[in-house]
Write a protein that binds this ligand. Structure first.
Ligand code: CTP
Ligand code: CA
Length: 224
């Protein structure tokens, strides 16, 4: 029995993970999106399942695939759809990890028909999307809540502010400083900051290895 626990330390735990970009429609054939590959979230989902967790992976449009009996993939397109799906599963989970690159803004009006080219200038008015992670923080009960942060300046201070604003237990700060890290890359350079503001910079490593580091934090939480 002790053996099983060491091999499958997350057996019986339910984990919600968001991944990928969101697409925000402009008209029936166009959208505003971003370059997130989804790989980080999918790697976390695979590692978590390999450690015995039941995973609900809520993903925006990506080419990533996962084939594991413990991973249920819920495909969404927009930030609003991702928000709705997250809240459908959140009450029931032990851990939530927000790795998605959610659009901050979406077109205020979506055209019913393909927009025809006409004037020399064309302006799209945008409105804020809901902050999914903040809403999970607001509704937090038993969940251990992990967010990501992507910053290009005042990294640590901005990440700390996000921990407080979103009521997180842990934030994974992505450093774009490093050439090998980030969107569309196979590697990430991250710094962990916990809710007590303990700061732990990690080496540049594969996203698989970063996923394992994140799940080690989750395992440590359950051993507290
Ligand atoms: N996030 C989310 N819903 C949003 C925007 C962000 O759930 N509408 C989550 C991301 O998945 C990530 C965290 O919030 O885990 C931080 O995302 P980030 O873009 O770094 O921060 P924002 O709060 O959006 O602030 P800003 O982009 O202005 O830095
Ligand atoms: Ca953002």
């Amino acid at each position: 029995e002790a053996d099983l626990e060491s091999k499958l330390p997350l057996k019986g735990k339910k984990i919600l993970i968001t991944a990928g970009p969101t697409y925000e429609a402009i008209d029936p054939v166009r959208f505003i999106g971003n370059h997130s590959s989804g790989k980080m979230g999918f790697d976390i989902a695979k590692s978590a399942a390999n450690l015995g967790a039941s995973v609900v992976l809520i993903s925006g449009p990506t080419h990533c695939v996962v084939n594991h009996s413990l991973v249920q993939v819920v495909k969404v397109t927009s930030a609003q759809e991702m928000y709705d799906a997250c809240h459908q599963y959140y009450a029931d989970v032990d851990v939530a990890i927000a790795a998605a690159a959610v659009a901050d803004y979406r077109p205020k009006n979506v055209a019913n028909q393909k927009i025809k080219k006409a004037a020399e200038k064309f302006v799209i008015e945008l409105e804020k999307t809901k902050d999914i992670l903040s809403s999970l923080g607001d509704n937090k009960k038993q969940q251990f809540l992990i967010g990501f942060a992507l910053e290009t300046e005042n990294e640590i201070e901005n990440a700390k502010a996000k921990i407080q604003k979103k009521n997180l237990d842990l934030i994974v700060l992505n450093s774009l400083q490093d050439e090998g890290a980030g969107f569309q890359k196979m590697t990430n350079k991250v710094t962990f900051i916990d809710k007590d503001f303990n700061i732990e910079p990690m080496e540049l490593k594969s996203k698989e290895a970063v996923a394992d580091d994140i799940l080690n934090k989750v395992i440590a939480h359950f051993h507290e």
